[in-house]
Write a protein that binds this ligand. Sequence first.
Ligand code: NAD
Length: 291
Amino acid sequence: MGAKLLEGRPIALKIKEALKKEIELLKQNYKKTPYFVCIHVGENPASEAYCKAQIKAAEELGILYDLRRLPKETSQEVLIKYIEDLNKDNSVSGIIIQMPLPPQIDGKMISRFIKPEKDIEGLHPENIGNLIFGKKGVVPCTPAAAMELLESTGIDLYGKEAVVVGHSEIVGKPLVLLLLNRFVTTTVCHIATGERGALPEHVARAEVLIVAVGKPNLIKGEWVREDAIVIDIGINRVGDKIVGDVEFDKAAERAGWITPVPGGVGPLTVAMLMRNVVEAFKMQMTSESKQ
Ligand code: NAD
């Protein structure tokens, strides 16, 4: 393996240490503790794992956390009312809704019912709008994690050629905005690019390659550009193993940097969520003190 490993855990640790100190100061200043609520509708093993990671991180950092479980038959109207009550509750700094949601609820629409300043996933249209204008605020967690990993290489991103594979609302699209805000020349590939057989030619140009699809070994190692930075966001269960979307061993022979899966983006995503809770808390405290 020629590539250096881009591991998420050491960076997550540093971020959490800094957050812990900041939270202590915030508690002293405002006599109030950041507190977020996670709404989990129905049952889903992947969501359970993410909830557990949230609880652990919140406990480590001194953030209050509440997991609210709603039955799988909860209607969209009931969920919206539930969110609106949390919006009105001044003790709640942040709200996260676990995805996927049962089919009777429109998962793509639901974030807009969370008050933007409590939207700790950064998916409310107002927060996505702020991202377009490059305004500081809450940024979707997984794209923010990918940017942290890129920054950690110390490589100047200005003018670099990036290729993002995957254009979902929660990962690919916000990531493109974050890259553009850093003046990275960015190409986005998606299912139609794949169907056209054009992935290899795009991937071959990428000095920065970020993949978020959810298909094991979709990106062949031999396509990867020499010395590229490869961030693999994909999480796929193959037998008893978790693998990414990139053919790791072969890609690692060509890349300059590569994330392991697991152990790359995943551990940083929760740290980014905790950072968003703190940002949301600070925004609310500032606006309360202005009133
Ligand atoms: P999604 O299903 O919403 O989107 C998948 C994207 O891949 C779409 O843009 C689609 O057009 C594209 N695509 C599908 N087949 C393709 C092909 N053959 N060629 C090119 N593009 C193709 O998925 P998502 O929610 O963005 O998640 C993507 C992956 O990232 C999943 O494996 C998910 O588990 C993982 N993920 C990881 C984290 C983390 O914290 N590490 C967070 C979120 C998602």
